[in-house]
Design a protein around this ligand. Structure first.
Ligand SMILES: *[C@@H]1O[C@H](CO)[C@@H](O)[C@H](O)[C@H]1NC(C)=O
Ligand SMILES: *[C@@H]1O[C@H](CO)[C@@H](O)[C@H](O)[C@H]1NC(C)=O
Length: 260
């Protein structure tokens, strides 16, 4: 009798634990957009203490109660001013269609891509917009990336990319995708924004890194990049195997420049 009792109690306790765990997971997994923003902001590793409440306030001012197709880049000026960059500007890395690869490469290094900055890390992968007559932030029913040019995320990333390219200095690196025909695609953020903002003599050189497949350092697409580059900046191109990049990602003690 005692044993049966014991089993029943154990089963009931286990069920309660599972139930509580499920409820917790659901509530924790369902942060509102604002909660997610503030959570990521507060988690940002930094020597500086950013005021995340103020940053949120500057952020929502850009798009709340506005037509979500009429948010220009400069709507985010005060947000960008409220969260100034603090990375080493001579460790700037750009990417185009190689986001995950670059994320792995810079993960445990002090080299910095846009998604490692405060605002970049807070808004990476998120969608948001406002609506006329509402003071709320929406994550559903927002314009698609290509639906209208001046939608809230697109203008934000363009604005942040501009600021990021403006501070870059010395030798910068650009990681491109060699598995496509046009690794320097004229419609990407790098081509429309960043390449025009990196200036000589602040930036001395641009090193393109590409895993050669469909495209390599001799591709037409890269000739277009070379001519789009501001005069004076030295252009280099390095072909590197995927295996070497992977190896370098798992060995962050190797300076990134030695990876290619
Ligand atoms: C952060 O900013 C908010 C809004 O501007 C302000 O009320 C608050 O006092 C600030 N917090 C700190 C710790 O400075
Ligand atoms: C890069 O900038 C940092 C300061 O942000 C400086 O300490 C370092 O010496 C610079 N590195 C090079 C190679 O110039």
């Amino acid at each position: 009798m005692e044993k049966k009792h014991c089993i029943i109690v154990t089963v009931v306790i286990s069920l309660v634990i599972v139930f509580v765990a499920v409820v917790l997971e659901i509530t924790l997994g369902k942060r509102t957009f604002k909660q997610e923003f503030e959570y990521r902001c507060s988690k940002f590793e930094s020597s500086k203490k950013y005021n995340c409440t103020e940053i949120w306030h500057e952020f929502e001012k850009a798009y709340v109660n506005r037509d979500p197709c009429k948010i220009p880049m400069n709507a985010y000026d005060s947000l960008v001013a409220a969260a100034p960059f603090e990375h080493a500007y001579n460790k700037t890395l750009f990417w185009s269609k190689t986001k995950n690869l670059v994320r792995d490469l810079t993960k445990n290094r002090d080299d910095v891509n846009l998604e490692k900055t405060l605002l970049g890390s807070v808004l990476d992968g998120l969608t948001w917009c406002g609506k006329m007559g509402s003071s709320e932030t929406f994550t559903k029913g927002c314009p698609e990336w290509n639906e209208c040019v001046n939608n809230p995320p697109r203008s934000f990333w363009n604005r942040l990319s501009t600021a990021f390219a403006d501070v870059a200095c010395e030798d910068v690196t650009l990681i491109l995708d060699g598995s496509i025909d046009t690794p320097f695609n004229p419609s990407t953020t790098f081509a429309t924004i960043e390449v025009k903002r990196i200036k000589y003599p602040k930036v001395k050189s641009l090193t393109v890194v590409i895993v050669p497949q469909k495209s390599n350092c001799n591709s037409e697409s890269l000739k277009a990049l070379k001519s789009a580059l501001v005069q004076g900046i030295t252009y280099n191109c390095k072909e590197v195997t995927e295996a070497k990049i992977k190896k370098c990602s798992s060995d962050p003690k190797t300076p990134i420049g030695k990876c290619w």
